[in-house]
Ligand binder design. Structure first.
Ligand SMILES: Nc1ncnc2c1ncn2[C@@H]1O[C@H](COP(=O)(O)OP(=O)(O)OP(=O)(O)O)[C@@H](O)[C@H]1O
Ligand SMILES: [Mg+2]
Length: 279
């Protein structure tokens, strides 16, 4: 593989301002078209995140780090490992223990990356699996049988206690400068129900990329000083990719999210917006 001057995570941490909307579109289009290539060759990446996206000084992105990648098929192979994708970019079905999953898990990660490009900061920074789910539900609302039929049969969803009512997603208010098309794309990528997420081809055809400002042409992309020297000083701590043989998942404890929106039992040990009851 060619040498690429930057990884997107280090680059974002050194930028005083987020990328321009036109630049964000170029980056998102390239990430999605590379992912489309992988998926059309039946490869799941399973660890898409900004530190695995490399950018050269000619405005070109390449996906790196195939340490978690694997072939898949249709129907998806049974008994896939659940412990994939770095926590902050991990789809809710993986957190809930799904053993059968597909390209939708990469599309969730792309949604997280899109939000990170817009805000210049990772969207969902959970400290562990329970807090990751809690952050997802706080931002996007909780799943229901209508929005995600069958989610209750996922291994860790059976013992999950959810609030009876959840406020609607607050994603739109978090990104007030995004256009209607942009917000619709982000919201669809971050659908709790994997079946509601667009595939890579649908993202590439999305009207968000056809409205002004148009994606910046690669050759017009700004160049940035090399990260050499900056990296050590400015390195931001983010979780590592899961390791082979690591214990993962929510285990068998009862996870109680019923107080997530300030209602519910009150008898459980409180946490940062979520509570954990040991079964
Ligand atoms: N072709 C390349 N050109 C420039 N830098 C690269 C290239 N490939 C990898 N790197 C750098 O090395 C880092 C780690 O590479 P990679 O993600 O493939 O390995 P890893 O073992 O998974 O490490 P990590 O746990 O940090 O993700 C990348 O984030 C990037 O900064
Ligand atoms: Mg890596």
């Amino acid at each position: 593989m060619d040498f690429l001057e930057h990884d997107l995570k280090t680059l974002l941490s050194t930028l005083p301002e987020p990328f321009l909307p036109s630049e964000t579109k170029t980056l998102l289009l390239q990430i999605t078209s590379a992912t489309h290539f992988l998926h059309s060759h039946w490869i799941l990446h399973r660890d898409l995140k900004t530190s695995n996206l490399l950018l050269n000084n000619r405005g070109q992105i390449k996906i790196a780090d195939f340490g978690m990648a694997r072939y898949y098929g249709d129907p998806p192979p049974p008994n896939l490992t659940t412990l994939v994708t770095t926590l902050w970019y991990r789809a809710p079905e993986l957190l809930l223990g799904a053993k059968t999953y597909g390209a939708e898990i990469d599309m969730w990660s792309i949604g997280c990356i899109f939000a990170e490009l817009l805000a210049n900061s990772p969207l969902l920074q959970g400290a562990n699996e329970v807090s990751q789910l809690s952050k997802i539900f706080s931002l996007l609302g909780v799943p229901t049988n209508q929005t995600w039929p069958g989610f209750r049969s996922l291994p860790h969803a059976r013992t999950l206690k959810l609030p009876a009512h959840s406020p609607p997603s607050s994603l739109r208010t978090k990104f007030p400068f995004l256009t209607t098309h942009g917000a619709a794309l982000l919201t669809s990528l971050l659908s709790l129900n994997p079946a509601s997420r667009p595939d890579a081809a649908a993202v590439l055809a999305h009207p968000y990329f056809k409205e002004d400002p148009r994606p910046k042409r690669e050759e017009m992309f700004p160049t940035f000083p090399s990260k050499a020297g900056l990296e050590k000083k400015r390195r931001v701590r983010t979780p590592d990719a899961p390791k082979r043989g690591e214990e993962g998942g929510l285990g068998n404890e009862i996870v109680d999210f019923s107080g997530l929106f300030g209602e519910g039992s009150g008898s459980v040990e409180g946490g940062a917006g979520f509570a954990l009851k040991m079964g």
